[in-house]
Design a protein around this ligand. Structure first.
Ligand SMILES: [Zn+2]
Ligand SMILES: [Zn+2]
Ligand SMILES: [Zn+2]
Length: 260
């Protein structure tokens, strides 16, 4: 810790420079082959945070719709969303990167990810034989918060992170959700009662975690418990193992008192 003290002004200079346009203050867009002189955007999640023009920042994020970007305005960077950059970002599912679907089904989705809560314009594939919306979402790692007509999803990466924090740090879904709302420093979409049926923030996370967890473990958790009623005491050891495992995962974790 003491080693930082003599170097503190150098660190401060570097941090302040990073708050502004950094070493690229006089340069135009740094997109490959772009000659645009006005570079007013940078991404907090892309490596390097290079300055890009409006067209290049959208092009670069066609397959990264959940990144947080900033716009240089009034001599400082302000957080903004990819959706707010004209003409707005659309995210195509079910096709190779850069390819548009001729029969697209456009929908607006609220996506909970590690950095914040996003509103994303999603184009589902409507081609003949295309998988259902649920499968198109799960294929890219987005878990729907509701079974019917989903309009809110949580990324699997977020669900794993919450699961770990809940088990290791006893972080309740309510607090986790509140932190997520503030993490991006942008105005996050308001989740209406339709998608949060119990009218408590964080329920999307809880339902996502429960759905994500229960589905692959259904047989493990409940299959063995059912076995007791049909097999009698002979199956007892297996049954106890199964229910103990369920209790450890639900009672002590996701479904336990830690979630509010
Ligand atoms: Zn990015
Ligand atoms: Zn450019
Ligand atoms: Zn298609």
């Amino acid at each position: 810790m003491l080693a930082f003290i003599p170097e503190r002004m150098n660190y401060l200079d570097a941090l302040v420079q990073r708050e502004g346009r950094g070493p690229w203050w006089s340069k135009g867009c740094m997109g490959t082959g772009c000659l645009q002189l006005e570079a007013e955007y940078r991404c907090e999640d892309c490596f390097g945070g290079r300055l890009l023009c409006r067209s290049c920042i959208l092009d670069r994020h066609r397959d990264e719709p959940l990144h947080l970007v900033q716009r240089w305005l009034d001599h400082h960077f302000q957080p903004c969303t990819l959706q707010s950059i004209d003409p707005g970002l659309r995210f195509q599912l079910g096709h190779a990167p850069g390819e548009d679907c001729d029969f697209r089904d456009p929908r607006k989705f609220v996506v909970l990810d590690n950095n914040t809560i996003h509103e994303v314009q999603v184009d589902f594939c409507g081609c003949l034989g295309a998988p259902p919306i649920r499968d198109q979402l799960v294929n890219i790692g987005w878990f729907p918060a509701t079974v019917k007509e989903p309009e809110t999803v949580a990324t699997l990466s977020l669900l794993r992170r919450f699961h770990t924090l809940n088990l290791q740090g006893r972080v309740p879904a309510y607090d986790f959700y509140n932190a997520l709302e503030r993490a991006g420093r942008i105005e996050v979409p308001v989740l209406s009662g339709k998608y949060v049926p119990y009218e408590a923030p964080g329920n999307s996370v809880i339902r996502g975690v429960l759905g994500w967890f229960v589905i692959p473990n259904w047989n493990l958790l409940f299959g063995e418990i059912c076995q007791l009623s049909v097999s009698g005491p002979a199956a007892c050891s297996g049954t106890l193992k199964g229910s103990a495992k369920g209790q450890a995962l639900f009672g002590g974790g996701v479904g336990g008192g830690r979630l509010r």
